[in-house]
Ligand binder design. Sequence first.
Ligand code: DGY
Length: 324
Amino acid sequence: MNNVFVTRPIPQNALDHLRREATVEVWPGPLPPPYEELRRRVATCDGLLCLLTDRVDATLIASAPKLRVISQMAVGYDNIDVAAATSRGIPVGHTPGVLTEATADLTWALILATARRVVEGMRFIDAGQWQTWDPLGLLGMELHGATLGILGLGRIGAAVARRAVGFGMRLLYTGPREKPDVAAGVGAIYTDVDTLLHESDVVSIHCPLTPATRHLINAHALARMKPGAILVNTARGGIVDHAALLDALRSGHLGGAGLDVTEPEPLPADHPLMGEDRVIITPHIGSATVRTRARMADMAVSNLLAGLRGDPLPHCVNPDVYTR
Ligand code: DGY
């Protein structure tokens, strides 16, 4: 049987399925295996089932001579050196589609909670400050009629846009190319990044983290945003320059931020963003529903088993391994 390393406990059904087909070792801890430990375990493996918290770099791949497939239980794969895997002929799998709706829901939880100051309201009560209905207290942004700018109208961006229709919002989107069919379904208008930042009341990030998008939202971009606008990020922390975000919030230019992703994760407890009134931070839970995590694990196992059999992965990020 093939040897497989799974870098954390995953939903049971998927694990049981995998165990019927391969000899499986699961890293038992609640935290990811340290890098050197991961490298040591993968060195003798045929297959790796990893998570976005694992650094799967060229050195690790080079020290695993038997490795034939890498299967990530996530849609994003910026933690994996895909070029190094491709040059070894190793297919890399990921889990697109199944987490779209759950992540769009969480994005909306952050948009609503940030716009309507829900967490601040709870802190206000916890601090014993709720004395009366206050005509001027905790005033937030009204979403109906406001403009939502979507950075990246992929699967998740489009699902966020569909929900925005119900809120009566005007929609802008940007990305490397126009998506006329998707945009027409929700009435979204294609713009360049600059116009989107300048005209949106809420900017929601849905692009992958790549060298081109790292710190896409920097001081310059934040300065282009409307005074009082809200930034929401459920994609990858590295897309936003956190120091610049903090400045934009503290200067009063931005109205708030809802972040499900940060860099690093977790943010240190004493990180200044942690204590900011107008910032809501959740611990990267966009896909964290029972059903979605089960589907992600099933998909990751299907990819892994296909790779071990020598079949094309159903969801492969580097299909050029099959044509080289
Ligand atoms: C992903 O899949 O890339 C998400 O960030 C985690 O669910």
